[in-house]
Design a protein around this ligand. Structure first.
Ligand code: IDC
Length: 363
């Protein structure tokens, strides 16, 4: 693959705002520990987190190598992190404090910015939503996070319904952020009710628009049947293997909800991982509604497999929606937190925070 670098990455150390803050805060914590030797700082962010690794500074521009996601130097890596909820509903959960918590206390590597198109999303105010995505890319970048720009089409399920909108949006986003190393483009959240061939056709229209501006960025392609690799509509990954999208440096997207998708879905996912580059941009520990009881055993089986295969994942979702899959208790965002520690977390939130803290680049 021809790679055209516009900005130097490795070798030219770039200043990271939290490095300085980290040292100052670490000093304060050490002084605190000396003054109050009996007081554990366990409930606060541990000292080591204050200098949490800046994933982007360390790993630079990502690329697909073989079936893996690799860093700038060609080393396979796994990213772990969180997806926002829809910006039209839960923008108030994406604040300086909550994003600081995600980067430092949760030690996430990646933030997925979920911008719905319908349901009160982008189509109602293209300028406003595009501007907000620009801002969130900057917010993520300042915190050393990779940022997935999620074109959250869902209803209608044919991505071609929104092709013109997608081209306009991605052309602007890619042009504005082409010199960054940390942006990934997810061009269709969950195609449904359409053939794989339609999704492939859409992808081959939109990917060149992105690549014209930002030739190096990794692009993530949603798969048929709510990004189930086809399984939820009676197909499987072979339709992709036999008829891949004609583009380099792409990965195919798989989503799962652990309480609903532990059987045949998991089997196909495991097989697909041997044949396709995969990225899980959304999963929940509960049912496919994003609600209902958690099945942590099923989710753990998936996470163990993804750790073994170094498949990157993002959990749904970093909001205080009432459903069990939103990590914060209802009311947390309007109250301004707390976003660190576990006091505001639902069971799924506590579980996933632990997982993120102990996996991925900044474990
Ligand atoms: C759900 C939200 C819910 C919202 C609904 C609207 O949790 O609050 O009312 O979308 O569309 C997906 C989708 C994602 C869903 C999520 C949970 O990508 O938008 O969020 N889910 O149902 N695919 C499978 C599950």
């Amino acid at each position: 693959m021809a790679r055209h670098r516009t900005t130097p990455v490795l070798g030219a150390p770039r200043r990271h705002p939290f490095r300085a803050l980290g040292i100052a805060t670490m000093g304060a914590l050490l002084v605190g520990a000396a003054l109050f030797p009996g007081v554990s700082t366990d409930d606060a962010t541990p000292v080591s987190d204050q200098t949490a690794l800046n994933a982007v500074e360390e790993h630079g521009q990502l690329q697909v190598c073989g079936l893996k996601l690799c860093d700038e130097s060609g080393q396979p890596i796994q990213l772990t992190g969180m997806s926002s909820h829809g910006l039209q509903w839960y923008d108030q959960c994406l604040t300086d404090a909550s994003l600081d918590a995600l980067a430092q206390d949760w030690r996430a590597d990646v933030l997925r910015v979920s911008m719905y198109i319908q349901e009160g999303g982008y189509e109602t105010d293209p300028r406003g939503f595009t501007d907000r995505v620009h801002e969130l890319i900057e917010e993520g970048s300042e915190r050393g996070l990779y940022v997935i720009v999620d074109w959250h089409m869902l209803t209608p399920g044919d991505p071609n319904h929104n092709t013109d909108r997608a081209k306009e949006f991605f052309a602007e986003i890619a042009a504005e952020h082409a010199d960054k190393d940390n942006v990934l483009y997810e061009i269709a959240n969950e195609p449904n009710g359409v053939s794989w061939n339609s999704v492939k056709g859409y992808s081959e229209e939109v990917i060149p628009v992105i690549r014209a501006q930002d030739p190096e960025a990794v692009v993530l392609v949603g798969t048929r049947a709510w990004s189930s690799l086809g399984v939820s509509e009676g197909s499987d990954h072979s339709e992709i293997v036999d008829n891949p999208v004609d583009a380099d440096n792409i990965m195919y997207v798989y989503h799962f909800y652990a309480a609903s998708h532990s059987g045949g879905h998991f089997d196909v996912f495991r097989e697909a991982a041997q044949e396709l580059p995969l990225f899980v941009t959304e999963f929940g520990t509960q049912e496919h509604t994003g609600d209902g009881p958690n099945d942590f055993a099923s989710a753990q089986a998936y996470l163990d497999f993804m750790a073994q295969e170094q498949i990157s994942w993002v959990n749904w979702n970093f909001s205080d929606d009432f459903r069990s899959g939103a990590v914060f208790e209802t009311g947390t965002c309007n109250a301004g937190g707390p976003f660190t520690g576990t006091d505001s977390l639902k069971p799924a939130g506590e579980w996933i925070r632990d997982q993120i803290r102990t996996s991925g680049l900044s474990a």
